[in-house]
Design a protein around this ligand. Structure first.
Ligand code: SF4
Length: 256
């Protein structure tokens, strides 16, 4: 698979960012703590499913102390529509206790400390650092793992390898939004079963060998969305004739 050039990577992100100028998570939250809880709940679940359950939970508890007071049974009951809800409820209570005991009831802006919380892995820590604290982290979930590999932007056998690949190629100005642009692209366009290549803004850059759109359609779309062609045209167009000859030559002709 041919590697992306720097120019192609920049163009890839330029187009994704143009389609979503303000990248943001689809999870609903009130503060860093509720974001952390929502991300813990979202493991192997959809954001829509999490958003259905969390308003009732956060109305009762949007701080670690309140969550602890609510108790594991009540939390489990409130999030019972989400997969693995018993384990997640146990983790939410345990992490609330740890936040109170070790971090003064606040969510730490620190990867190591975040990853020590029950139910929090590297991906969750990256999302919290990015969304709550504005850090340029790239959390690799199933969508980003697929997009990184399928497009050839950052191929890797593990989520960590894809994350490191994305870290290495993503231009600084796109790093903060990269997680959201890639996740939304994977969720709505580069879907797992059948990617929507006919409407994909980066189809001509993507290296996937089984695109669901014909090459001519992809080339035509690329022409429409690319400010400057990434591949120089083979023949330069003929120069249009100058409507009026330059003044000097006109004088020369007049004197002739
Ligand atoms: S062209 Fe198809 S496979 Fe490639 S990124 Fe777009 S939707 Fe995904």
């Amino acid at each position: 698979m041919r590697r992306f050039s720097k120019r192609e990577v920049a163009e890839f992100y330029r187009r994704l960012s143009a389609s979503r100028p303000i990248p943001q998570t689809e999870l609903e939250f009130i503060n860093p703590f509720t974001l952390l809880v929502a991300v813990v709940l979202s493991a192997q679940a959809t954001d829509i499913g999490v958003n259905r359950a969390t308003p009732a939970l956060f109305a009762l508890a949007d701080r670690p102390g309140e969550m602890l007071a609510l108790g594991e049974e009540r939390v489990a009951e409130l999030v019972r529509t989400i997969g693995l809800f018993r384990t997640k409820a146990r983790n939410i209570i345990a992490l609330s206790r740890m936040l109170i005991d070790e971090h003064g009831g606040t969510v730490p802006r620190d990867r190591e400390a975040l990853e020590k919380l029950p139910g929090v892995g590297r991906k969750t820590a990256n999302v919290v650092l990015n969304v709550a604290f504005g850090e340029p982290t790239i959390a690799v979930d199933t969508h980003i793992f697929r997009v990184g590999n399928r497009t050839g932007l950052a191929p890797g056998k593990t989520p960590l390898a894809v994350e490191q690949g994305l870290e290495a190629v993503t231009p600084a100005q796109y790093k903060h939004g990269a997680h959201h642009w890639l996740i939304l692209h994977g969720r709505y366009v580069c879907k797992a079963r059948k990617p929507d290549c006919p409407v994909c803004a980066v189809a001509d850059l993507c290296r996937y060998g089984a695109k669901t759109a014909p090459a001519e359609m992809i080339a035509a779309r690329a022409q429409a969305v690319t400010a400057e062609p990434l591949v120089e045209p083979k023949e330069t167009a003929k120069k249009a004739p100058t409507p009026n000859p330059p003044r000097k030559r006109r004088r020369e002709r007049a004197g002739a």
